[in-house]
Design a protein around this ligand. Structure first.
Ligand SMILES: NC(=O)c1ccc[n+]([C@@H]2O[C@H](COP(=O)([O-])OP(=O)(O)OC[C@H]3O[C@@H](n4cnc5c(N)ncnc54)[C@H](OP(=O)(O)O)[C@@H]3O)[C@@H](O)[C@H]2O)c1
Length: 320
């Protein structure tokens, strides 16, 4: 199969493209012929920070395509089915072998291109807000990194749940594009003081919940923006560096800090049902995920560079 891979951590330049052996089909495997690969924020984080578990290492969490083969113990899928697929790596290829519990049916009424964008962004946002966040109508949620895949999902889901949504992005033009998704207050993180703006917006109280998708040095302002006893959802580090929390910082506000790892829950029937519901809402247009650009997989370096530096709005896809 054609695939993209790397053997060491680094920037997009470590990515190679060429021929690799097809993945093996185990008893519980669903082998997917990939139609569309969605580049997830975590794909970049892994490439930079997480040592490759195999060499060569085919990266990538998420894709959608057609089932090419199934293992002897697979019961929910058959050859020819349309699926969205997740695994901790392997999506950047013509063939993506995933355990059955990481394959999700794509219903009629939605194409594979859009379906490829759904599981991780919408699922992570949903779990961060509800399963592990208990967001309530009338609460104020601050989404750091609101123009990305998880961010746009969170803005929509929080607004529909009756929360007041504050979101950050790099520039007023980007914030204006998020407004139709349900954003109530936009903050340009490149020029405005996030904590000060949140104090203004909340009448000095502070926000009830932070969804931190950027991590890094921006974390301190988010802590400052949070009200006492507020919830801080640690989700991502799109800024490229990893934040740390110190003792007094945590107890001063009696913060509740939740580490989110959606991938840990993706094998469950709870998540399968949740993703089926979210997928039907994307199919009906109730939820949306803009696709900024498409690349052939052979241009994987250019695609990753564009995600890292080009400030895409929503998702960037690759086609094998
Ligand atoms: N824990 C989990 O289970 C889980 C699940 C999914 C994703 N994640 C993580 O969540 C993060 C976001 O994922 P994604 O797929 O939404 O990524 P994405 O689509 O690439 O979006 C990243 C966003 O981060 C923003 N950003 C970058 N640097 C920033 C900074 N210094 N301050 C504020 N915002 C900044 C960007 O905003 P601008 O373009 O406007 O600058 C961009 O919109 C990634 O780190 C990913 O690994 C974690």
């Amino acid at each position: 199969m054609k695939a993209a891979w790397y053997t060491e951590n680094g920037g997009p330049e470590v990515l190679e493209y060429g021929d690799l052996p097809d993945p093996e089909v185990g008893a519980k495997t669903v082998l997917v012929r990939v139609e569309w690969i969605s580049i997830e924020g975590g794909d970049l984080l892994n490439r930079i920070h997480v040592p490759p578990r195999t060499k060569p290492f085919v990266p990538g969490y998420q894709a959608a395509g057609i089932v090419e083969a199934v293992g002897a113990e697979v019961s929910r899928f058959a050859v020819g089915d349309r699926v969205m697929a997740f695994d901790w790596n392997g999506s950047h290829a013509e063939l993506f072998a995933v355990p059955e519990h990481y394959a999700y049916a794509v219903p009629d009424g939605i194409d594979l291109r859009l379906a490829s964008t759904i599981p991780v962004p919408f699922g992570t946002a949903h779990d961060s807000l509800f399963e592990y966040g208990d967001v309530a109508p009338g609460e104020t949620v601050l989404v750091q990194g609101a123009a990305g895949g998880v961010g746009l999902s969170a803005v929509q889901l929080a607004a529909k749940a009756g929360a007041t949504v504050i979101g950050t992005a790099s520039g007023k033009d980007r914030l204006a594009r998020i407004e139709p998704f349900g954003l109530h207050h936009g903050i340009d993180y490149t020029s405005e003081d996030i904590a000060e703006r949140c104090r203004e917006i909340t009448g000095g109280k502070g926000v009830d919940m932070v969804l931190d998708l950027a991590g890094g040095r921006g974390k301190d302002k988010l802590v400052e923006a949070l009200r006492p006893h507020g919830r801080y959802q640690v989700i991502g580090a799109a800024e490229g560096t990893l934040p740390t929390f110190n003792f007094f910082e945590l107890i001063r506000k009696a913060m509740r800090v939740n580490g989110i790892s959606f991938g840990r829950d993706m094998h469950t029937t709870r998540v399968r049902d949740m993703l089926a519901d979210l997928t039907s809402k994307v199919a009906s247009g109730e939820l949306q995920m803009p696709v900024e650009r498409e690349f052939p997989l052979s241009q994987v370096r250019e695609a990753h560079t564009f995600v890292a530096e080009g400030h895409p709005f929503g998702r960037v896809l690759m086609k094998p």
